[in-house]
Design a binder for this molecule. Sequence first.
Ligand code: GZL
Length: 329
Amino acid sequence: MKKILSAMLAVATAGVLAACGSGPAPGNAPGGGGGAGGQITMGFSQVGAESGWRTANTTSIQDAAKAADINLKFSDANGKQENQISAIRSFIQQRVNVIAFSPVVRTGWDAVLLEAKNANIPVILTDRAVDTQEKDVYKTFLGADFVQEGQWAGEWVVKEFANATGPVNIVQLEGTTGSDPALERSTGFSKAIAANPNLKVIASQTGDFTRAGGKQVMEAFLKANPKIDLVFAQNDDMGLGAIEAIEAAGKKPGQDIKIVAIDATHDGMQALADGKMNFIVECNPLLGPQLMDLAKKVVAGEPVPARVVTPDQTFDQQQAAAILPERKY
Ligand code: GZL
């Protein structure tokens, strides 16, 4: 009888100690098997709500968390890195099981990534990559190949202007300065057109991935450059802003000035089907389900690939018109 009582006392004491925080709280063992009843808590820091792509991406993540029974703590950084860093620190304080985020820019993450690592909370990068010299500070990067996207856009331009005799004047609407997609799409595009010296990028400026930004920069480009043959917009939203500016200048987008863009969101595909854009490279925003699968594996301590590339495709005007009715975003 005495043995059973002392055993029961030992178990009860251990339970009380754990509850007092001597070890990971049962509900939020960071890197542990999830909370009460095994539910995982994920902290997610989103870039903001700058574009149609971002909105679709946020919806995908929120819906997928619900479907996967993952408790999602979602934070919108309004495009500011300092807000993302604060959100990640807060997730660490709350001892979530896993942290995921889409880094607004490529650099400046070492300190906060080390803090998550030291707190034994795994990190997943989605959508955009980071530059870091630190080892093992994130488990995997899930997102598209942006260099490929820029290259496909450039290869279309080479084909489209193959018979051009004189110089082809190109203006480029860049994404957010220092962001992975802006840097990589620029690299891919310039690589693709490099062998054709008549294809000249005569102006390039950031429109910050927004429609308003694209319109404002395109207005300036039109004032400064009498002959523009093509706009390379690094996302649909800036391309849609450029359409507004081109029409306001009395020119026909898609005809007088051709437009190639990246994302393939609904509004971009509609403009393409309407003949106001000429070619779009898709960048699929529906990363939610894959992110939740990866999160479950990471929390369970299972191995995951260091890089998960999401597939892309391209559309011309006819293809856009045909596929629009069935598009999910
Ligand atoms: C791409 C994503 C980019 C989109 C933009 O994966 O990071 O950010 O191309 C969005 O529309 O703003």
